[in-house]
Ligand binder design. Structure first.
Ligand SMILES: Cc1cc2nc3c(=O)[nH]c(=O)nc-3n(C[C@H](O)[C@H](O)[C@H](O)COP(=O)(O)OP(=O)(O)OC[C@H]3O[C@@H](n4cnc5c(N)ncnc54)[C@H](O)[C@@H]3O)c2cc1C
Length: 472
């Protein structure tokens, strides 16, 4: 075999995060030769600096909070968390930041792994070091995102934490300032406050989690405050410096806060600035605009899958897209039409536009799917919000003494289906898939009424919600 033949593939996947891995899995399953290019660790941000380590840090925090809400158990869990053990378990989940297991998996599906920074060097061509990989059918960009940092003078010298340091730190800083009010900020504030840091959370807007129903952020802010964190809304950072190890933050209101570390969790930027987009007529650093087969607009061979297309920055959504893109690439490679009529392969807007689920692993958890009331109204739907106190179900009382939580369903009054559902409260993360089924399935409420939840579980909140809708 010549060198050129060695480097000719049906599909070249740039980035081996969860999304790139899943695209490769699908294209290999369809019998297409596939190369995967990875510059860091196979498994991507999710495995090493995002989903897995953050949830490994949070799980003991939430378990302890749950236990403290139970008479008979409360006294047994009064002490502090064993931070060292929590961090050690987190380290285990990341394989101590090694990727041997996932590399073996790439081999097991029959894809070829190329390590190094890959760049497009023209249509259907990716260059990694001295290797040129040519794709017969598709190049898939699945390079994900990195943390975006604000444009503050001298910020680099402060050596701020991003989500990477916040998920991989090997000890708890004494004082931690967290800047941001979204998912990463609230989750990491929850984790590090419980693991021994004194957290000050600086939120520019009026509240936390502003993409969810307002009560989600309110309940999470109240719980963070109760846990000892200092939550300051309507506050942004005017300047930040580091002197002799101490971080000094001055806010726009002139307050001065000292800390040992500062975490900026203020958004994400696409990792497309240095992947040769200019060689194929696209703007470096941009989010990739794709159609519903995840193919980049204006091309017939380039795909943008996962975080990099900005549709929904979540692993489960990126993996959904990977399954759709894999099927589309396979169909086009076989010269057949897109599998529009195959319900297992065709893209469904319900999945990645109208019914995206997300769980925020704070204490209490906040879980939502579909549209909030404000979003549904903005989209022009005629809707009504139905609210229920989670504590109104027997299962909640059993779950925790003094259970605090709230549920909302946003009902489309024309079709009598759900546009969105939000649950906030201990243990609601596992409840969200029932709502996803209802929203994605567009289940009529009169039919949902006959889906009987088990007694005595938190799921009985469905009865309360449907009763509240029917009776008002
Ligand atoms: C702190 C945090 C917690 C999160 N928690 C959750 C959660 O609980 N649940 C959830 O669903 N989502 C969560 N997310 C979001 C989730 O991490 C992302 O949606 C997911 O990682 C996106 O996967 P991806 O494959 O598109 O990109 P990534 O996971 O970012 O993977 C991209 C890969 O491409 C590689 N790469 C980039 N450029 C190149 C190049 N030029 N050449 C070669 N390789 C390259 C990178 O090294 C990386 O391995 C969290 C995010 C953060 C920051």
């Amino acid at each position: 075999m010549t060198e050129t033949e060695t480097n000719l593939y049906d599909v070249v996947v740039l980035g081996a995060g969860p999304v790139g891995e899943n695209v490769a899995d699908r294209t290999r399953a369809a019998g297409l030769t596939t190369a995967v290019v990875e510059s860091e660790l196979v498994g991507g941000e999710c495995s090493y600096w995002a989903c897995m380590p953050s949830k490994a840090l949070l799980r003991p925090v939430i378990a302890r909070a749950d236990a403290r809400r139970l008479p008979g158990l409360r006294r047994a869990v009064q002490g502090p968390l064993d931070t060292e053990a929590v961090l050690a378990r987190r380290n285990w989940f990341t394989g101590d930041w090694t990727d041997d297991g996932q590399v073996d998996w790439i081999k097991s599906i029959g894809a070829d792994l190329y390590r190094g920074h890959g760049r497009l060097t023209g249509p259907r061509t990716v260059t990694v070091g001295d290797k040129v990989l040519t794709a017969r059918h598709a190049v898939v960009v699945a390079t994900g995102t990195r943390a975006a940092l604000p444009d503050l003078p001298g910020l680099a010298e402060v050596r701020p934490w991003t989500s990477r340091e916040a998920t991989s730190a090997q000890s708890a800083p004494g004082r931690l300032v967290v800047v941001g009010g979204g998912v990463v900020a609230t989750e990491m504030a929850t984790a590090w406050q419980a693991l021994g840091s004194r957290v000050t959370l600086l939120v520019r807007g009026k509240g936390l989690l502003d993409r969810m129903e307002p009560f989600a952020g309110e309940l999470v802010a109240a719980a963070l405050t109760e846990a000892g964190a200092d939550v300051r809304t309507g506050t942004s950072v005017a300047s930040v410096t580091r002197t002799d190890g101490t971080v000094v933050v001055v806010t726009d209101t002139g307050e001065r806060i000292e800390a040992d570390e500062i975490l900026f969790a203020v958004g994400r930027a696409p990792r497309t600035d240095d992947i040769g987009l200019d060689t194929v007529g696209l703007a470096p650093g941009s989010w990739l605009t794709v159609d519903d087969s995840l193919r980049v607009t204006g091309t017939d061979w380039l795909y943008g899958v996962g975080d990099v297309n900005h549709r929904a920055l979540l692993t489960h959504q990126g993996k959904y897209q990977a399954r759709i893109a894999g099927a589309a690439i396979a169909a086009r490679a076989a010269g057949t039409d897109l599998p529009e009529n195959d319900p297992w392969s065709a893209h469904a807007a319900t999945a990645d536009h109208a019914s995206v689920p997300q769980v925020v692993f704070t204490d209490p958890e906040a879980a939502a799917v579909g549209l909030s009331l404000a979003e549904a109204e903005q989209a022009g739907h005629r809707v009504r919000a139905v609210d229920v106190d989670m504590s109104s179900v027997a299962g909640a009382g059993l779950y925790a003494e003094g259970y605090q939580g709230r549920a909302r369903m946003v009902v489309d009054l024309e079709q009598e289906i759900l546009r969105g559902v939000t649950f906030v409260g201990p243990g609601v993360g596992e409840l969200i898939h029932s709502a996803t089924v209802a929203v994605a399935g567009q289940v009529p409420l009169a039919r949902l009424w006959h889906a009987v939840p088990s007694y005595p579980t938190l799921s009985e909140v469905w009865l309360r919600l449907l009763e509240a809708y029917r009776d008002n």
